[in-house]
Design a protein around this ligand. Sequence first.
Ligand code: NAP
Length: 284
Amino acid sequence: MATIIDGKLVTAKIREEIKNESAAFEKETGVKPGLAVIIVGDDPASQVYVRNKGKACEEVGFYSEIHRLPEETTEEELLSLVHSLNENEKIHGILVQSPLPKHLDEALIVNNIRYEKDVDAFHPVNVGKIMIGDYNFLPCTPAGVMELLKAYDINVCGKEVAVVGRSNIVGKPQAMLMLHANATVTICHSRTKNLSEVLNRADVVVMAIGKAKFLKADMIKEGAVVIDVGMNRDENGKLCGDIDFEECEKKASYITPVPGGVGPMTITMLMKNTLTAAKTSLEK
Ligand code: NAP
């Protein structure tokens, strides 16, 4: 039976560290890390994510602002808010909650966030910095996966890692972080032929495709580490990941549950990036 990687436990420990580090930083410099979150429209899932980000800021002692804009907000209005937050000294991190309503160009908005305040690490400058290994921020979900591995002393150096999914926010940066950690990385996607063959030789599998319980036990090798980024609803409407947990738990050496695995780490990494942004803002 696999060891279950407890994301809630790891997240609680890291948030405590961030809280202490932030308090010490504020005492020394008089600067309180500040995060601004912008949400446009009333998508219920996004409302929950934004509320949780506000709560996390409170928990670690950060200043936070939540800007709730109506669905009909124009690109000009949204850009004007982003530009004013870029100049706001109380704000070190800016996050625009995705998805935006269709009439707003998400890439244009992200490109207008000052990259030093882009705590999601989605700005092309930050993406490039990650590629060359010279970065301040890491994208939150892949960074959370790396922290979970670290917390359980799972070293990927020299190991075969398969990342399934190639999105800009999870799959691609995840593969890059694994590469930086000296893994031999294979990126799989919907056109990958013989996926099971690739996964069967992987020491570590990271699933990020958004397909409920897709990964079955016969697709992984005995003792593999399996990490589940997916967040889906099963046939009964229950939250589940991309991994068939019940099957894979019996064959894997380590496994992350959904909920309670990677999910809690994402917001924690956002807090870490905001603290980093506050610290680097004083370096200029
Ligand atoms: P996405 O943009 O939809 O990308 C999905 C990726 O999976 C694509 O690269 C796609 O390949 C690949 N894919 C789809 N079906 C496949 C299959 N049958 N075999 C192999 N690859 C397949 O999704 P995302 O934004 O990366 O998110 C992935 C999952 O992670 C979702 O469930 C999302 O909710 C979850 N998520 C969780 C967190 C968290 O905090 N825990 C954060 C972000 C996302 P192609 O490129 O070929 O189409």
